[in-house]
Design a protein around this ligand. Structure first.
Ligand SMILES: [Zn+2]
Length: 272
């Protein structure tokens, strides 16, 4: 059994037999003013609180792309807990800017990488969702030679991956931005699909193309929180507007009628 918690934005935490792996951890939840006009910095207190209460011993961190809501906290986390870090060359540039060159296992597309603790990850080439007036925001790679803290706009998305993680005989697919490359996903079935919601309507037949190739038993819609809003005491956050949630769920039922839909609550364990 694997216990999974959604930690906000595209963040997922997987725990199995006292070991924990993270995808896209983002605890800082920078507010809109700093996001648009400032130089966001990780919230060290929030990160400490989170790491102190991790359900298992941290084994590795995996990053799907290098937008701020996926990587702002990553240098801080792996700077404190020196675990393997898997991602793109754009992530390596970011880590080098933070004085930690050579820390990233720069992934090859569709190549299985063994992680500590018995998990394995395969990075599947994808595209960014068209979430900003039909376009992907902040395209390109993070530019080398910049001095942190960077502006949000400097966090270019770099290569975008969907992440297939295998733990304890269960396979998970993390689609952290609502888009895909059909050929990339060929043969990449999974037990549990985490399916990004924002921007889904801009991608032609997102549901049909994704679900017919991945054939999940369980679908978990996620990344629908407004990640510039703080969490309230009960770990809720407002959803982003214009998601058309009912239509999104109806499309899952149409394209994958046998799949069970699990609605995640932030920081609430889901056991698979
Ligand atoms: Zn993004």
């Amino acid at each position: 059994m694997v216990s999974v918690r959604w930690t906000g934005a595209a963040g997922l935490e997987f725990t199995h037999e006292g070991k924990t792996w993270l995808i896209d951890p983002y605890l800082s939840r920078i507010g809109k003013m700093t996001l648009f006009f400032g130089h966001p910095q990780p919230d060290r207190e929030k990160i400490s609180r989170y790491l102190d209460t991790l359900p298992g011993k941290l084994q590795a961190v995996v990053v799907g792309h290098t937008h701020l809501d996926h990587v702002l906290d990553v240098p801080e986390i792996v700077g404190r807990v020196p675990v393997p870090l898997v991602g793109s060359g754009s992530l390596e540039t970011l880590m080098a800017a933070h004085g930690m060159p050579g820390r990233v296992t720069v992934c090859k597309e569709r190549t299985r990488i063994d992680l500590p603790g018995g998990a394995a990850v395969t990075m599947i080439p994808s595209l960014h969702g068209l979430v900003l007036f039909g376009r992907a925001p902040y395209a390109g790679e993070i530019e080398p030679g910049q001095q942190p803290p960077l502006k949000a706009s400097a966090y270019r998305h770099g290569p975008v991956f969907n992440i297939r993680l295998e733990i304890g005989g269960t396979s998970f697919l993390h689609v952290g931005s609502a888009n895909l490359i059909d050929d990339g996903l060929e043969g990449q079935t999974c037990d549990v699909l985490f399916m990004c919601m924002p921007g889904w309507k801009a991608i032609e037949n997102y549901h049909g193309r994704l679900l017919s190739r991945t054939r999940p038993k369980i679908v978990v819609p996620f990344h629908f929180d407004d990640f510039s809003a703080p969490l309230s005491r009960d770990f809720t956050a407002p959803p982003v507007p214009w998601l058309s949630k009912n239509r999104f769920l109806k499309r899952i039922a149409e394209e994958a009628p046998d799949a069970r839909i699990v609605h995640p609550a932030l920081f609430e364990p889901m056991v698979f």
